[in-house]
Design a protein around this ligand. Structure first.
Ligand SMILES: Cc1ncc(COP(=O)(O)O)c(C=O)c1O
Length: 442
């Protein structure tokens, strides 16, 4: 295979690139470079083969190197590389939004395109403000989020973040945000699937209504399964209760499905898995199989119709958008991605593989350093006992696992295992065996 221009460029210096969410000095002293990726595997610069246990960052659901996506993007770039999206259009974004609305829950038939999960969160915040304003309800200025939430890195997402590391460096955030308690409880360690107990934690929202007034609350943001803090599965009845309180108080419910969207839980979206329909769904990652950056915000019809319907004739209804909203290449990648998901039945495949996957993960239970296991669908958190400094052991393990042949994303001391949906049982075995090998060295 001829090497594409951007791949394998000789590099004499790692210094100039300031890497994101990385220990720059440590990485540059002992780099881990990926030179090739295909299917469920990566190859490092020393020639090692590494299985991808986290689908990249939970985005490469259909596996790496999908020719159909590359071809679609290439053809699009030759035909029309860019269309200015403000007041001008190209057919790809409409086709993609329409195709997406077919797999979204009912009644979600409107999609706003962004370039990332973080931008989707900011966009959702603005849609919510615009919605309440359009209804003459602009006093709703309070947002509710949750401890241990991750909603990306823009100021909106950091404001909603329940992760201390993402907040303590950035103290200037949006005001008027209150936090639900998170749903993890030590007494439920090693419980698989949805915990039986804990739905009452949703009543925190009722307490906020009682304390601040339900009419001051604009929206509640939750990840249906909290991903980045290590797969916190919602207790049975928890999301239902949130929905109930939102309905009783005119509060919008947002599911941040940046990780849970597109089959990760064995259904198109978490809303299907848990049978709870929010008002807004944010997404990104597997939207384009990770091949091209893209995010999106889908809304119930009533949200779109309220915002768009409130503006005078011929006026711009929503003062928001990105230079790359609905980029033609991203739409082409997204359309090709949805074709693959559909043709290969990948959401059902994830559901079928889930039990096998979770059995394999639970085989790690008796390893000394394993502190907790959590999981749902094709997503699991493997939490190790910290070594006195939270996160230090996880960081070391992530590095060691890579050299032992498995890529797994760690947040703090928790590995988040999320194999590509195209994985076979033997791939699950390989991921878990390699993880076990490394974990046993602790
Ligand atoms: C639930 C959730 N929301 C938002 C984001 C931010 O997405 P991005 O990194 O594409 O900005 C992430 C990223 O992991 C996420 O997991």
């Amino acid at each position: 295979m001829a090497m594409p221009a951007a791949a394998n460029q000789p590099t004499n210096s790692l210094e100039q690139h300031w890497m994101p969410f990385s220990a720059n000095r440590d990485f540059k002293a002992d780099p881990r470079l990926v030179v090739k990726s295909e299917g469920v595997y990566l190859w490092d610069h020393k020639g090692g083969q590494v299985i991808d246990g986290s689908s990249g960052l939970f985005n490469v659901a259909a596996g790496h190197g999908r020719q159909e996506i590359a071809d679609a993007v290439y053809a699009q770039m030759q035909m029309n590389d860019y269309t200015a999206p403000f007041g001008l259009g190209h057919s790809g974004s409409f086709a993609f939004a329409e195709k997406l609305s077919r797999i979204l829950p009912d009644p979600f038939n409107h999609v706003f395109f962004t370039n990332s999960g973080s931008e989707s969160i900011d966009t959702a915040l603005k849609i919510i403000m615009a919605y309440h304003r359009a209804r003459g309800d602009a006093q709703r200025s309070r947002f509710v989020s949750r401890e241990r939430a991750y909603h990306g890195v823009n100021i909106g997402g950091v404001s909603l973040s329940g992760m201390v590391k993402n907040r303590e460096t950035f103290p200037v955030v949006m005001p008027n945000i209150v936090m639900l308690r998170h749903t993890w409880d030590e007494s439920r360690r090693f419980e698989r699937g949805q915990p039986e107990e804990g739905a009452e934690l949703a009543n925190d929202l009722q307490r906020f209504c009682d304390t601040y007034g339900g009419t001051t609350i604009a929206a509640v943001f939750v990840e249906p399964v909290a991903g980045s803090t290590g797969t916190l599965v919602p207790p049975k009845g928890y999301l239902e209760r949130l929905r109930e309180i939102c309905d009783a108080n005119g509060i919008l419910l947002v599911f941040d499905e940046v990780i849970t969207g597109f089959g990760r839980l064995g259904t198109p979206f978490a809303s299907h898995a848990f049978n709870v329909t929010p008002d807004i769904i944010t997404m990104a990652k597997a939207l384009t199989n990770g091949a091209i950056p893209m995010g999106a915000v889908a809304t119930r019809d009533k949200v779109y119709e309220t915002v768009v319907g409130a503006a005078p004739d011929k006026a711009i209804e929503f003062f928001h958008g990105y230079t790359y909203s609905g980029h033609p290449a991203a739409c082409a990648a997204g359309l090709a991605t949805l074709d693959i998901y559909e043709r290969e039945g990948l959401f059902d495949r994830a559901a079928e593989l889930s039990d096998y996957f979770l059995d394999a993960i639970w085989s790690l239970k008796d390893i000394d350093c394993v502190f907790d296991l959590r999981g749902y669908g094709l997503m699991a958190g493997v939490e190790v006992q910290h070594d006195g400094v939270p996160g230090r052991r996880g960081t070391a393990l992530q590095k060691q696992m890579f050299w032992d042949g498995v890529h797994v994303k760690f947040t703090g001391d928790t590995a988040i295992v999320a194999p590509p949906l195209v994985s076979e049982r033997r791939h699950v075995d390989e991921i878990v065996e390699k993880m076990a090998k490394t974990l046993k060295t602790v």
